[in-house]
Design a binder for this molecule. Structure first.
Ligand SMILES: C[S@@+](CC[C@H](N)C(=O)[O-])C[C@H]1O[C@@H](n2cnc3c(N)ncnc32)[C@H](O)[C@@H]1O
Length: 263
């Protein structure tokens, strides 16, 4: 896959940039927004929430929530248990609260006026954003270091540079990116498998894993949140990462009954 940042800007992204110039000028003396207000079209909202597989178990957080449409739709159309939106502009918060009332979801959706960079987002199961590449890149370390592994992050139009999305799609000319926050697996692991114990050393670049065995054989792997797939010596190991432990997940063609511990 080519790097996301090398792709031409979509129509929505270009519109956002142009609006930014006008809008920033209009609000320059009032609120210093990091991103101008441009609403996400409803079909794009629907696809973002579908790609994130929003379900009744989820708490959805929209950073820079505008008129509230993403948070409201997460609850109303996807049945999310709760949603939260934050926006620096108080006018947007007023609109979003009125829209939540009108949609009948005001009891499950909270909007707050504030700076998205100051918000603790660790509780999110799904994080949604229609911001800018530069803003996404400021958020990237927070996303990787504070969100639970497995949290789904969806962005309209803007990428996160060399963190490749797990999926992307185009709806009405707008690109949508989905990332699954990967567990952290770098380090030395002791694997017990089929009555033997051996060590592997793993390196991690986002969801991509490389490494070597104790015999210096190269290995590769990939994370989907907490699910790790490793190919070692022609054998497939699929496991669930839980801190410093990995327990096997049954999968077609995978080695059964193994476990791993980070040393
Ligand atoms: C492109 S709009 C997206 C609105 C909404 N999420 C949507 O997709 O329809 C970006 C929003 O971010 C808000 N915003 C800009 N800088 C912000 C900041 N530092 N903290 C919180 N909100 C901010 C703007 O007021 C605007 O409503």
């Amino acid at each position: 896959m080519s790097t996301a940042s090398a792709r031409p800007l979509s129509l929505c992204a270009t519109a956002l940039a142009l609006c930014g110039l006008l809008h920033s000028a209009a609000h320059a003396q009032t609120i210093a927004l990091d991103v101008p207000y441009v609403p996400t079209p409803e079909p794009v909202v629907a696809r973002m929430l579908e790609m994130a597989n929003v379900s009744p178990d989820d708490y959805v957080v929209d950073l820079g929530s505008g008129d509230g449409r993403i948070a409201i739709s997460a609850v109303k159309d996807r049945g999310a248990k709760a949603a939260y939106g934050i926006d620096l502009n108080p006018q947007r918060i007023e609109e979003a609260e009125a829209n939540a009332q009108q949609a009948g979801v005001a009891d499950k959706v909270v909007f707050e006026q504030g700076d998205l960079f100051k918000k603790d987002i660790a509780d999110a199961d799904v994080l949604t954003m229609y911001l800018l590449n530069t803003v996404n890149m400021r958020l990237r370390p927070v996303i990787l270091d504070t969100l639970k592994p497995g949290t789904r992050v969806v962005s309209h139009a803007f990428s996160m540079d060399d963190w490749e999305p797990d999926r992307s799609d185009i709806v009405e000319g707008a690109r949508i990116y989905l990332w699954i926050v990967p567990a952290k697996v770098a380090g030395n692991w002791e694997i017990d498998s089929e009555g033997e114990t051996f060590n592997v050393d793993l390196q991690q670049s986002f969801q991509e894993i490389t490494g070597v065995t104790q015999h210096q054989e190269r290995l590769r792997g990939r994370l989907n949140g907490t699910e790790l797939r490793l190919e070692i010596d022609g054998k497939l190991y699929v496991g669930q990462v839980n801190g410093d432990r990995i327990e096997p997940i049954s999968a077609e063609g995978a080695v059964p009954g193994w476990s791993a511990r980070r040393s």
